[in-house]
Ligand binder design. Structure first.
Ligand SMILES: *Cc1c(COP(=O)(O)O)cnc(C)c1O
Length: 352
């Protein structure tokens, strides 16, 4: 027995349907599977969705290599800037590079394909609009490189109706107009897809990330998305606790009544944030219980009140829409992206 992450591939399909419902006819899907598919497992997730999406996107060329070595053949876009030490991965593994600055033209090996990232306001990677005309002059000098697309990334699309999304879109369109019209064009992340149906920002393709895994971007709930990962552990020990007795390091929880506590063998070393201490619920059968006492490296404790369960009883830490990474993220002052990507390798993943 151990702590498991149960990944529901049927819910991934459900989330893909939710994306499809928002897409204009013919818009392609570039599924973002960076960082181990947001902690859900790069290869199994990608194998499952490759039938339903046209592209995969990763942060690092090495992730692209892993996908190819697993037999995935659909196009793969890599977001990071190619460097001398990674340049051969693009040609060896048929990966599409991103040109984030003009000098990338000198780094890419003959035969490479790339797409251009225009930095329209995110101020992370990407070519600044002011450098576009220079880039337009340089591109024809590199005849053995092929550009197939152009894109940008929104920094406030998680916030519906934010005027800066429209400003970025306008800046992007102006830059876009200076390049050949047949290049594939894409801008929308999860926020763009779900919160900006009113703007014409789908172009040829969209880049859904966190919505695949069941979360909307930002505060606004998207009811037709469903988290695909549950985390399940079990009661390793059950023991009585008396009113007034402290539990776990520092005695940060003191029993207010007599009852039972259950010790669950999972903790912050599995990626359960310690800051969730005394703030989350756990589910046993149909009942919710309070997590109590400091979450330690390998153990989390639940207060069972007067209920007694046998050793080995299943306990859910995350479960569908009832116990979510969004709940955890609120307590931990972060976003569900960081919660799911923090679940560690040693939590065994089971795909249903
Ligand atoms: C991560 C990322 C995405 C996906 O963003 P989500 O908010 O998870 O949908 C899309 N495009 C780029 C460039 C990214 O880095």
């Amino acid at each position: 027995m151990n702590t498991k992450a149960i990944i529901h591939l049927s819910k991934l399909d459900h989330n893909l349907n939710a994306i499809d419902r928002r897409l204009k006819p013919g818009v392609r899907r570039m599924a973002v599977v960076k960082d181990d598919a947001y902690g859900h497992g790069l290869i199994p997730l990608s194998k499952h969705i490759q039938q339903r999406v046209e592209w995969l996107c990763v942060a690092h060329a090495l992730e692209g290599k892993q996908l190819r070595e697993a037999g995935i053949t659909i196009p793969i876009l890599v977001f990071e800037a190619p460097l001398e030490e990674t340049a051969s991965l693009y040609t060896d593994f048929n990966l599409t590079a991103t040109l984030n600055e003009i000098d990338t033209l000198k780094v890419l090996l003959p035969g490479s394909e790339y797409q251009i990232n225009i930095d329209t306001g995110m101020h992370r990677l990407g070519v600044l609009p002011g450098a576009v005309s220079k880039l337009v002059e340089e591109i024809p000098k590199y005849e053995n490189l092929t550009c197939t697309g152009i894109y940008t990334h929104y920094f406030k699309a998680d916030d519906p109706g934010n005027p800066e999304v429209k400003q970025q879109l306008e800046l992007f369109k102006a830059a876009r107009a200076q390049f050949p019209s047949e290049w594939m064009t894409h801008t929308a992340n999860t926020g763009g897809i779900f919160h900006y149906g009113n703007l014409d920002l789908q172009f040829d393709a969209v880049r859904p990330g966190v919505c695949l895994y069941g979360f909307g971007a930002g505060e606004v709930d998207v009811p037709d998305l469903e988290p695909i990962m549950d985390i399940k552990s079990f009661l390793m020990q059950v023991k009585p606790v008396r009113k007034g007795e402290p539990v776990s390091y520092g005695g940060k929880w003191i029993a207010s009544e007599d009852g039972f506590i259950g010790i669950i063998p999972t903790g912050y070393s599995d990626g359960i944030p310690r800051i969730l201490t005394n703030s989350i619920k756990l589910k046993i059968g149909e009942k919710l219980y309070d997590q109590v006492g400091v979450i330690s490296m390998d153990y989390t404790i639940v207060f069972l009140g007067s209920d007694q369960y046998p050793i080995g009883t299943e306990v859910y830490l995350l479960k569908g829409k009832e116990l979510t990474a969004t709940d955890w993220a609120k307590v931990a002052h972060t976003i569900p992206y960081e919660i799911t990507t923090s679940i560690r390798e040693r939590v065994k993943k089971i795909y249903l």
